[in-house]
Design a protein around this ligand. Structure first.
Ligand SMILES: Nc1nc2c(ncn2[C@@H]2O[C@H](COP(=O)(O)OP(=O)(O)OP(=O)(O)O)[C@@H](O)[C@H]2O)c(=O)[nH]1
Ligand SMILES: [Zn+2]
Length: 225
């Protein structure tokens, strides 16, 4: 299916286009192939890479790898490229009139660095202040997981999570902090095993010093993941 068609369908469902450059760069024909067709093509590509490396694909342990990797790319680690898999995060009325911020902290992040296709592993902390609607807690974890399952840079992941929650909750008052380790920094290249990357996006009221401070106090960054 063409990306334009999908975006139109999303609009019809009352969803807005992502408003800024936080969109994942996709080709116009990104959804023309079925998942099964993508798995078959990626299998051939992985097969080619392994052969080029000199590996014997008749070996019992290696022969299933191209198919395994292709299925993992399409159905698991890059499944968040597919808008059909976006979690339905229905909201309900804030009938108890809870007026303080709600923080969902220590959400596990497993993503993939788009520069090296190596894992990004960490924690996301998400907060919002209700503007009349509330969302089920687990939907915040699901939104984080959906956007994490793409080739990512951490900055864009942070912004995509905030923009989606702003859309769902119809408020600017959403914030996200991510603290994550990039295996492309920890296990290769500079090989700095200790460093991690912190990114943040503070929407609406969260840009005020005292609101930001309260959120950061709640999450007390714990870097032991
Ligand atoms: N801004 C940003 N950079 C990232 C992220 N993940 C990885 N990178 C960086 O992307 C850069 C890619 O740099 P290049 O010089 O093209 O790649 P490289 O030769 O493999 O670089 P080294 O990792 O320094 O060996 C590296 O510095 C990575 O650390 C991310 O989420 N955000
Ligand atoms: Zn990388």
């Amino acid at each position: 299916m063409k990306i334009d068609k999908i975006l139109n369908e999303i609009d019809e469902m009352g969803e807005a286009h992502a408003s800024s450059s936080a969109e994942t760069p996709l080709r116009d024909d990104a959804f023309e192939k079925t998942d099964l067709e993508k798995i078959e093509l990626i299998k051939q590509d992985v097969n080619h890479i392994m052969k080029t490396l000199g590996l014997d694909l008749t070996d019992d342990s290696l022969k299933g790898t191209p198919q395994r990797v292709a299925k993992m790319f399409v159905n698991e680690i890059f499944s968040g490229l597919d808008p059909k898999r976006k979690p339905k995060a229905s909201t309900f009325a804030n009938k108890y009139k809870y007026g303080e911020m709600l923080v969902e902290k220590n959400i596990t992040v497993y993503s993939t660095c788009e520069h090296h296709l190596l894992p990004i592993v960490g924690k996301a902390h998400v907060a919002y202040i209700s503007n009349g609607s509330v969302v089920g807690l687990s939907k915040m974890n699901r939104i984080v997981d959906y956007y994490a399952k793409r080739p990512q840079v951490q900055e864009r992941l942070t912004m995509q999570i905030v923009q989606e929650l702003q859309r769902v909750l119809k408020t600017d008052d959403v914030a996200c902090v991510i603290d994550a380790k990039h295996l492309c920094v920890n296990s290769r290249g500079i090989r700095d095993i200790e460093s991690s990357t912190v990114t943040s996006e503070f929407g609406g009221a969260f840009s005020k010093k005292e609101v930001k401070r309260e959120f950061l106090d709640y999450i007390k960054l714990d870097t032991t993941f």
